[in-house]
Design a binder for this molecule. Structure first.
Ligand SMILES: [Zn+2]
Length: 411
């Protein structure tokens, strides 16, 4: 029996002029057909509708023709060498600056854009003694857990909230709302969230802080007040980090995401496989085995899709719309510097990057001798303007982030 090969045929219309974009309100349709040995045909219609319209994200080249070495951007050591070669001076100066100074960076992007990944790599390169990053979601979960399990810490939190909280509902009602919140809806009152964010920042007085995420229920006025409140906390520079990512990337990240049931590590069959790839003959399917060395399932646990992920962005579209709108509001706020990051590059301009900086796409086949062959090609996507693009790995995006932050802080 011949080995199955997944086929992907893409057709899209209307094709915009090179470098041009679709007229407002139009959509790009991406039709992809997949077939396997059972002749099952799946038709997907992909239509990104939310464009980050008025925002302009410049493309910064990270190619340096003097550097001939290729770096493995998937390992900490490879990244360390990469940043030393491409931004050694900026990294050293930022480290020195942050030994005596701090900043607050607000990370704003659509869900699944990689905010956590980018700030973690920044932290890895600049040093955990200088940088601290937290997400609003993790903070709420942490506070919730503490309120339920740690009496001593609980009374400290309540005392702080009692002192700092200003809101139209009582602090007790606000805390009840936090404890009874549902996972689908963020219903934590903004004023309470603000008090908790302040407390978290104050707990790290000597560190630069990245805040990942923002309250999603604010109007324009309270939105800018929210940022001003946090900015006035410390006498240090603040900036926004805005990330532009095509919805087709978010869609693919969701659809091919798999999770280890034991350690919850998340990987991607198409974009970020583990070192163990297996083939299920009965299903005609390839799958990944967990390779997290700290996991009890290392080398044996099958990684599985998360429920609902197969729907891709369809299931989270309202959320993406809202994230996009809030990004636009932040973009328009005056008086605060902005770090603008693009995670993708039009194919025509991909020579501004080294080929190892582009996200590869993996596909697999079984050879005649029964071995699994891994094929690696640069991943091609259609961005929100309908332009054929490549996606960038996290490291070159962080490189651009380091250079822009360096410019904001040190000129
Ligand atoms: Zn695992």
């Amino acid at each position: 029996m011949p080995a199955p090969v997944a086929q992907r045929i893409e057709y899209r219309f209307p094709k915009p002029a090179v470098g041009g974009s679709n007229p407002p309100g139009s959509t790009t349709l991406l039709l992809s057909l997949k077939s396997n040995n059972k002749q099952k045909l799946t038709v997907e219609i992909f239509s990104p509708s939310i464009r980050i319209g008025r925002m302009d994200f410049p493309l910064y080249s990270t190619k340096d023709i003097k550097i001939k070495e290729k770096f493995n951007l998937n390992t900490p050591l490879g990244r360390k060498k990469y940043f030393a070669a491409k931004a050694g001076k900026e990294v050293a100066e930022l480290k020195e600056y942050l030994d005596n100074n701090t900043f607050i960076g607000f990370m704003l992007a659509k869900k699944m854009a990689g905010k956590g990944t980018y700030s973690k790599i920044f932290e890895e390169i600049i040093g955990t003694s200088r940088v601290y990053q937290f997400s609003i979601g993790d903070l709420i979960r942490k506070v919730h857990q503490t309120l339920e399990s740690d009496q001593e810490e609980k009374s400290k939190i309540l005392e702080y909230i009692n002192r700092k909280y200003r809101g139209y509902i009582s602090d007790k009602t606000a805390i009840e709302a936090l404890l009874n919140r549902s996972t689908e809806k963020v219903s934590v009152p903004t004023e309470l969230l603000l008090a908790l964010v302040k407390r978290e920042i104050e707990s790290k007085p000597r560190k630069a802080v990245f805040i990942d995420g923002f309250p999603r229920t604010l109007d324009q006025v309270s939105y800018s007040l929210y940022f001003r409140e946090i900015m006035n906390l410390r006498d240090d520079p603040d900036f926004f980090v805005l990330i532009d990512i095509p919805e087709s990337v978010i869609d693919a990240r969701l659809k091919s995401r798999v999770i280890c049931p034991v350690c919850n590590t998340s990987r991607n069959t198409r974009l970020l496989p583990t070192q163990f790839i297996k083939y299920d003959k009965a299903q005609g399917d390839f799958y990944l085995i967990c390779d997290n060395p700290e996991c009890n399932g290392y080398g044996k646990e099958k990684m599985i899709p998360k429920e609902g992920d197969d729907l891709g962005i369809k299931a989270i579209k309202p959320r993406l719309e809202m994230d996009g709108e809030l990004m636009e509001q932040a973009y328009q706020l005056h008086g605060i510097p902005k770090v603008l990051l693009r995670n993708h590059v039009p194919i025509e301009e991909s020579n501004k990057f080294d080929s190892y900086e582009l996200t590869p796409e993996y596909s697999y086949e079984v050879t005649k001798s029964g071995k699994i062959k891994i094929n690696e090609t640069p991943w091609t996507i259609i961005d929100d303007d309908g332009i054929e693009s490549h996606s960038l790995l996290a490291a070159p995006v962080v490189l651009s982030m380091i250079r822009q932050i360096h410019k904001i802080l040190l000129g």
